[in-house]
Design a protein around this ligand. Structure first.
Ligand code: CAA
Length: 387
């Protein structure tokens, strides 16, 4: 599908080529098996690391590639077109935990955690949600209590992408006290590592889509976190998380564009090959109109995404554009994959063809890192904030 609307630099084209070839060689041959097994081969993490894809936004002084947001999203779309399950590990790692440590971490935290994360030796995860705190993230209950040179954390985090094999988890916990609740301003962010006493991986979710990506609960039972692992201000952890989700939502938008583009490409090819009523089905206007609408929506989603990425790279506020990008791209992915299944007919409903998986994978982009309803709330609030 044409990128003509977004002029890529030579470096971006090279990274796009690298990511596409990597996807074809290292991911596509395994994607069905990983989906059925509900697990990708964790060796894929090391292979992404070899390409530098786990340190794309981290400056070179911290062992990253020091690339801009647009270039990172070009690579992420390609990985997502190959497998959205692999894309989500790359998106979360690059957009959330590493960016939080880069922005708010101490020099010692950057040395100890950010550098190995940039090299891909430690995979990052982000633990904000809880079983009872999803859209209303500030209502989280995990409690952190200072005890000498440690913080002691108790609670359960939910929906943690890569939580079962991450080496670094940025977890939000209450630092206010039960007698003096401070809402969103009473939460800290802690750098948690799985070797700490009291860290337990809980149930792994059995999901509709993105099945190869492990999504787990984490139980903190008197988890003792060294005080030096507190990120920044002990009461600003929720604000840090929200700021980071502005980045994360661009990553999910790129993932959604990758899924939608892949469905469009499969449907276009199939419509040229599949014959009914003595002609290829691409000759029917019913199919042409679907393909035209699919291509238009994918192109519009990508254009908004790169406009938002450019705004971020210019240092402008992107809260609203990031939510708009995620909203448009995720709803596009669900709609486009639905049309792709329709074009494939019965063959779209079986595992013999990839659109069945793409249809399942698309849905989560409307749910995680903020549902479509939350994105609309953020967009509408910004309208009033600006007026
Ligand atoms: N940037 C900076 N600060 C922000 C911000 C942003 N984007 N959004 C909010 N804030 C600040 C506000 O300014 C406010 O600060 P003050 O105390 O100074 O007023 C503070 O944060 C609280 O904000 P709100 O009053 O707006 O908080 P709220 O409780 O009304 O919630 C919300 C706002 C937008 C609904 C937020 O809770 C939200 O985004 N919910 C969805 C959560 C989410 O996306 N979760 C996904 C988890 S990650 C995941 O999916 C798993 C994975 O591994 C992929």
């Amino acid at each position: 599908m044409s990128w003509a609307l977004i002029p890529l630099t030579e470096e971006q084209r090279e990274i796009q080529r690298t990511a596409r070839e990597f996807g074809k060689a290292e991911i596509t041959p395994h994607v069905d098996a990983w989906d059925r097994a509900e697990a990708y081969d964790v060796g894929i993490v090391g292979k992404l690391a070899e390409l530098g894809f786990l340190g794309m936004l981290i400056p070179e002084e911290y062992d990253g590639l020091g690339l801009d947001t647009a270039t990172y999203l070009v690579a992420l779309e390609e990985i997502s077109a190959a497998d959205a399950s692999v894309a989500v590990l790359m998106s979360v790692h690059n957009s959330l935990p590493t960016q939080m440590i880069l922005r708010y971490g101490s020099d010692a935290q950057k040395e100890r955690f950010l550098k190995p994360m940039a090299r891909g030796e430690l995979l990052g995860a982000f633990a904000l949600s809880e079983p009872e705190a999803g859209s209303d993230a500030a209502s989280l209950r995990t409690q952190a209590v200072r005890d000498g040179d440690h913080w002691v954390l108790n609670g359960t985090k939910a929906w943690v992408t890569s939580g079962s094999h991450a080496g670094v988890i940025l977890a939000m916990a209450r630092t206010d006290t039960p007698g003096d609740r401070k809402g969103a301003r009473g939460i800290g962010t802690f750098i948690v590592t799985p070797d700490l006493p009291g860290f337990n991986v809980g149930k792994k979710e059995a999901k509709l889509g993105l099945r190869a990506s492990p999504t787990v609960q984490l139980h903190f039972e008197n988890l003792r976190v060294p005080a030096e692992n507190l990120l920044g201000d002990p009461h600003m952890g929720f604000i840090y998380a929200m700021q980071s989700l502005d980045n994360g939502r661009l990553g999910i938008a790129a993932q959604a564009v990758g899924i939608a583009r892949s469905a469009l490409e499969h449907a276009t090819r199939y419509a040229g090959e599949r014959r009914q009523f003595a002609r290829p089905i691409k000759e029917f206007q019913a199919i042409q109109f679907k393909l035209a609408d699919m291509a238009t929506r994918v192109t519009a989603s990508r254009a908004l995404l790169y406009a938002a990425a450019a705004a971020k790279d210019r240092g402008e506020p992107i809260t609203q554009f990031s939510s708009m990008s995620k909203l448009l791209a995720s709803e596009t992915a669900v709609w486009v994959t639905t049309q792709a299944v329709q074009i494939f007919g019965g063959y779209g409903y079986v595992k013999e063809y990839p659109v069945e998986r793409l249809f399942r994978d698309a849905k989560v982009t409307e749910l995680y890192e903020g549902t479509s309803e939350i994105q609309r709330i953020v967009i509408a609030r910004e309208l009033y904030a600006q007026s």
